[in-house]
Ligand binder design. Sequence first.
Ligand code: 6PG
Length: 256
Amino acid sequence: MTPPPGARLTAAGETVVVAGSAVDLARRAAAFLDARISMALIRNGQAVLALSGGSTPEMTYRCLAGYRPDAASLALLQVDERLVSAGDPRSNGAMIRRAWGGRVPLLPMIPAENPLPAPGRLAAAYAHTLDRVAPARCLGVPVVDLCILGLGEDGHTASLFPGSPALAERSRWVVPVAGPAAPAGGSPQVPRLTLTLPVLDAARCLVFLVQGGAKAGVVRQVLQGKDDLLPAARLVRRARRAVWFLDTAAAVGLSL
Ligand code: 6PG
């Protein structure tokens, strides 16, 4: 994998880009994603992305809003979604559409139905969507080209929270989960759907977007610690195909 400009390696071999500001982080991440999407289109004729919600990725998605490959070649999936209506301000899908622009070919986890179907049915339906739009397989698991992830202060990523039974899931690709047990750095305490570790692990490239001093401690724990209990650490130890875009505040104390 060609590292992005300015990338440095941690002692454990993780690729890290330290940006000077939130805008610089978004621009650098968007440029990297643009290049990787183009590479996937050339190699495979399509690019399959899985997008996280939260707040950090919004600026990066805005930087990609001008990206307009024909919709047939770009599949935008969700990494996770809060079980709220599509119009709810906590909806990750609403944030992605707002940031990337109205014509974004997002395949939402939550349909615009009212009332919402049962979480188990929503999860099964999204697994079918994943099966349909991501034809490549790794050990029977759909392979997405790029998986954009955030990091919670408690070490969660996607909606895989510390201690969640979903962390042990090895056969289902999408599962319903409870929200964080305690307020986790602004991540709402609502039930969710999330891709599971096997799907995240199979991705060709994991792109973490993390900003703010409140995350510096957990970034060090995940990138330099020995603690494999944190969900993000478990994923990073296994995948070895991650690129981290941090702002200077989130990178404090990191040995590069
Ligand atoms: C969610 C997100 C979540 C997010 C982290 C970081 O639905 O809450 O997918 O996993 O990525 O909580 O969120 P911020 O980027 O807002 O700090």
